[in-house]
Design a protein. Sequence first.
Length: 137
Amino acid sequence: MIDSSRLVTFFLLCSRGVCDVFTAALREHHFANAVRHFDDVAQITAKLERMRDSSQVVVLIDGADEDALDALRALKASDFNHVPVVLVGGKDQARAAYDAGANAVLAREVWEGDIARVTRAVGSFWIRLVKRPPVYR
């Protein structure tokens, strides 16, 4: 049995099509407590402000979006810079993404090759393996 208290909550900043694929994989395999789609960083930070504890949140940004790096910078410049941000993109984006504050960059080829396995690995890494401080508001 999966311990639901140890599942990640994914906040997605991506096009509807990409978010729909990711959400379907998460729900099908029970890898997340919640999956929420957002249109911009302001919506994400507003939601984080309303949460009592954001220590199990991971933000996923689609690197194909032309504003992805700006969104990443804005999130990392906010009061929520402790929230892990994973950018899904090409290897040519890795340097710029890390410079902008990404905690991880997933190669799009790996992502699209086995979305279920990659999704499980991302959730497991950030929730089960990485020791993150509790963040209470």
